[in-house]
Each structure stands twice: as structure tokens, then as C-alpha cells.
Design a protein around this ligand. Structure first.
Ligand code: SF4
Length: 444
């Protein structure tokens, strides 16, 4: 009888891709993905400590499985992800949930198959949280679930220690994959028909520095330009202190690279940026934006912003608002600051009251929404190229994005997922665009 697994993933794209790797391991061992915990023989919780209230969230979900575990004695419950690397989480988890069978860290997730085998042959719980400096494992083949998009790690870890962020503590220092390994993975994905490749790293601009052989992010983009076939290249995330003219020129000259850059600013106040340990000022950030637009004039820019960082005054917040207006972002991920245990910012005095943070985030979201609304109207009547990513059951329409990342919906009689289509925009729905298909890839 076939055995089933289900993976619950929390957090960022990095985690989603790591779940694809665990799925790859389980599938190679003959397990099949299922949709309900009740049907699973193995349940994996891939945790993330970056999100707010992550620990309570994880504990809540793991707690809910207790009843099922009692009914199904052979069920294996595993917890992995960056939360297991944090402080005493593994011990806490062990004592609170005696029915968890496997606790494994981010640095040995590739060993999940071996650890599962060990567990199947023993009654004891297995806890394996390994050293952060373990070499990168290249042997795991992910079971991808996001066609036509594919995610490719180019590096792991981060050296930056922004004062609000837990990542360097739980994912270790920067470690880059070799240029050949990344290129071979990208080539094979393009050959298999993937149409959008996103390179992943906490700070992709640092890619290759640790290899000491001249490898750089600009070089990687130049090499990817030589790969034949029609596909889009994206990457995340950049750090404003590290993005260079070389990188922007490489993007400009690469026919695959979307002319769209995610440049997280976090705050428009130099004082707050310094407390965040971001290592750039407001002026330096704006000068990076100027440099990007001098090389790629129509480059789409998106960002991340945190409001209500400890000590943030109304004046600091207005600096953020004015920076948002000055740059004119194509999109912004906005967050209310919340302390992460183990970070410097969590220890800072003058935490901002919740009602002040709420007021500020609402004003910021309103500002960006209005910009998005006005920007969307400029699309009406234009024809844009959209890569169709999925069929939206609720909207009864196919959805995809243009090069700038703008979401568009179209109706069509045939399955066009994975196709580049020319779409004439007829109207807007807030951030998204609605249109009709003018041409499908093969006909172009
Ligand atoms: S650059 Fe800063 S925010 Fe990003 S992962 Fe590194 S420490 Fe965290």
C-alpha cells in the first residue's frame, strides 16, 4: 500500500523551496503527497522564526495533531525549519509535545530521508540539530510544485545582522553554491520547460564573495544570459548597501532578466536605518535608486518597509512616507515591527505603542495603494506580455504577471498555464489588471 505525506510550510519563499526539497526526498522513498493530515503517514512542519508570533503559531498547529497521533500509532510527526535552530526551541518542543518523532535543523534537512529510516527502525525520538557551517548539499532533487516558476538557491545564510532580524542566528553565515552548480540547475530547469527562474538568497548581491574565485552575482547574471530559450529571470533579495553598477548593467544586458528590482529600504529615516544596522543612509539609498534608473530608466522597483521600529518618531515616519513618494514604488511589502526574541532590537527601550504602529501602517498602505491604483490605470488600452502562472477558480480566469510583476487576469478557452501571452488590458481591479488575450506564445 502506498504511503502518504503532507508538509505544512510557514514563512518565506526560501522555506517554500526547502519544503520542495523535503517533498523530493519523500517522493524518492515512494511516498505520495496527500491533502489531509488524516490521510498522511508522515506529517512535516517546516517552521519559520521570521514571521510574527511564529513560535505560538507552530506550537498551536503541532498541538492540534495530538488526537490524530493517538489514533494512528504509526504516524510520523517531524518538525524542521529555521525555528528548530533557535535558542532552546528544540528542548521546549520535546518537552511540550512528546509525540513529535523527529526534530531536525535547517543545516541537515538533506538528511531527512536517512533520519526517517532511522526513526522507522526505532521507537526513540530523533533530534538532530547540526553545525551551521556544514557544506552545502547538492544531492537533493526538489519536487517542484510551482510550474511554470522555479526557485533556485544560489546561497544560504546572511552576514548582515540587521538589528531586527533573526536570520543570521538561525541560518548561519553566507555560503554560496558554485557557479557551475547554479548554472547547471538553471539550464536543466529551462530544458524541462520552466519559464520563470527566481534566484534565491538573503542577499544575492553578496553571491560568490565567500568562494574566493572571482565569482560574483554580476558574473552569474552574465552567464545566465548565454542560456538559450525563452524564460524570465528574477532574483531576491537585494541589499541596498551591496547592489552595484556591475549588477544593474548585467541585468540591463540580459534578455532574460526582468527589468524589476526588489530593493528593501525598511525605513526612510537615516536615524532609524542606523538603529536597524542597515549600513546605508536615506541619501545613499536614493542615490542607488538614481543609479538604477540611469542604467534601466523604466526599471520597476519594489521594496519592504517596517513601521514602528523602536524609538520611531512621527518625524522618522514622515521621512519614510516622503521616501515612498519620491521613489514611486511599483509595490511595497509593509510590516508592523514586532520584536523577535534573540535580536538586538527586541532589547531596545522605547518600543512603539500598538495603536501608533497601527495608525502609521494604515497611512503607509493608503499611500502605496493610491500609487498602485493610479499606476494600474496607465495600463488600460496597452498590450503587455504576461506569463500565465495558474487558473484562479474563484475568479474563473487565468492569472499571470508581466515583467514588472503586475498581476493580470484573462479568460481563455484552452489551458494556457506556462504560456507567454500578449494581453490587451481593458480595465483594472485595484492592484491587478484585467484583459483579453491577443496572442498565445506558439502563435507569436
Ligand atoms: S540582510 Fe538583514 S534583514 Fe536580510 S536576512 Fe540579512 S540580517 Fe535579515
Amino acid at each position: 500500500m502506498s504511503k502518504n505525506y503532507i508538509i505544512y510550510t510557514y514563512g518565506c519563499q526560501m522555506n517554500v523551496h526547502e519544503s520542495e526539497k523535503i517533498a523530493g526526498i519523500l517522493s524518492s522513498k515512494g511516498y505520495t503527497k496527500c491533502d489531509k493530515s488524516e490521510d498522511a503517514d508522515v506529517i512535516v512542519y517546516n517552521t519559520c522564526c521570521v514571521r510574527e508570533n511564529a513560535e505560538q503559531h507552530a506550537f498551536g498547529n503541532i498541538g492540534m495533531i495530538k488526537k490524530l497521533k493517538k489514533q494512528k500509532k504509526d504516524l510520523i510527526v517531524a518538525v524542521c525549519g529555521c525555528m528548530t535552530q533557535q535558542g532552546n526551541f528544540a528542548e521546549k518542543l520535546s518537552s511540550m509535545f512528546p509525540y513529535v518523532d523527529i526534530i531536525i535543523g535547517t543545516f541537515n534537512m538533506d538528511k531527512f530521508g536517512e533520519i526517517l529510516d532511522k526513526k522507522l527502525n526505532s521507537k526513540k525520538r530523533i533530534v538532530e540539530i547540526l553545525d551551521k557551517n556544514r557544506p552545502i548539499c547538492e544531492s537533493v532533487k526538489p519536487l517542484r510544485s510551482s510550474y511554470p516558476n522555479a526557485w533556485v538557491n544560489i546561497m544560504y545564510g546572511c552576514n548582515n545582522f540587521c538589528s531586527y532580524c533573526i536570520v543570521p542566528y538561525v541560518r548561519g553565515r553566507e555560503r554560496s553554491r558554485t557557479l557551475d552548480n547554479v548554472l547547471n540547475e538553471v539550464k536543466s530547469l529551462v530544458e524541462s520547460g520552466y519559464k520563470e527562474i527566481t534566484l534565491l538568497g538573503q542577499n544575492v548581491n553578496s553571491y560568490g564573495k565567500d568562494l574566493g574565485d572571482g565569482t560574483s552575482f554580476a558574473k552569474l547574471i552574465d552567464e545566465i544570459a548565454k542560456i538559450e530559450g525563452k524564460f524570465r529571470l528574477r532574483f531576491m533579495s537585494n541589499h541596498p548597501k551591496d547592489i552595484t553598477e556591475d549588477v544593474v548593467k548585467a541585468i540591463a544586458n540580459n534578455q532574460h532578466a526582468c527589468k524589476s528590482i526588489h530593493l528593501p529600504v525598511q525605513s526612510g529615516s537615516t536615524r532609524i536605518l542606523s538603529l536597524m544596522n542597515r549600513k546605508y543612509t536615506r541619501e545613499q539609498y536614493l542615490s542607488e535608486v538614481k543609479m538604477i534608473r540611469s542604467i534601466i530608466p523604466d526599471c520597476a522597483l519594489t521594496t519592504d518597509i517596517i513601521v514602528g521600529f523602536p524609538t520611531e518618531t512621527e518625524e522618522d515616519f514622515l521621512d519614510t512616507m516622503s521616501l515612498v513618494e519620491t521613489v514611486g514604488y511599483d509595490g511595497a511589502f509593509t510590516f508592523v515591527y514586532s520584536p523577535r526574541e534573540g535580536t538586538k532590537a527586541a532589547e531596545m527601550e522605547d518600543q512603539i505603542p500598538a495603536e501608533v504602529k497601527k495608525d502609521r501602517i494604515m497611512r503607509l498602505v493608503d499611500l502605496q495603494n493610491e500609487r498602485n491604483r493610479v499606476d494600474s490605470l496607465k495600463y488600460v488600452g496597452k498590450t503587455i506580455e504576461v506569463l500565465i502562472e495558474d487558473y484562479d477558480q474563484k475568479k474563473n480566469a487565468y492569472m499571470g504577471r508581466d515583467e514588472r510583476g503586475r498581476m493580470a487576469y484573462v479568460e481563455f478557452t484552452k489551458n494556457i498555464v506556462g504560456k507567454f501571452v500578449q494581453v490587451q488590458i481593458t480595465s483594472t481591479g485595484g492592484m491587478s489588471l484585467l484583459g483579453k488575450v491577443v496572442k498565445v506564445e506558439e502563435e507569436m
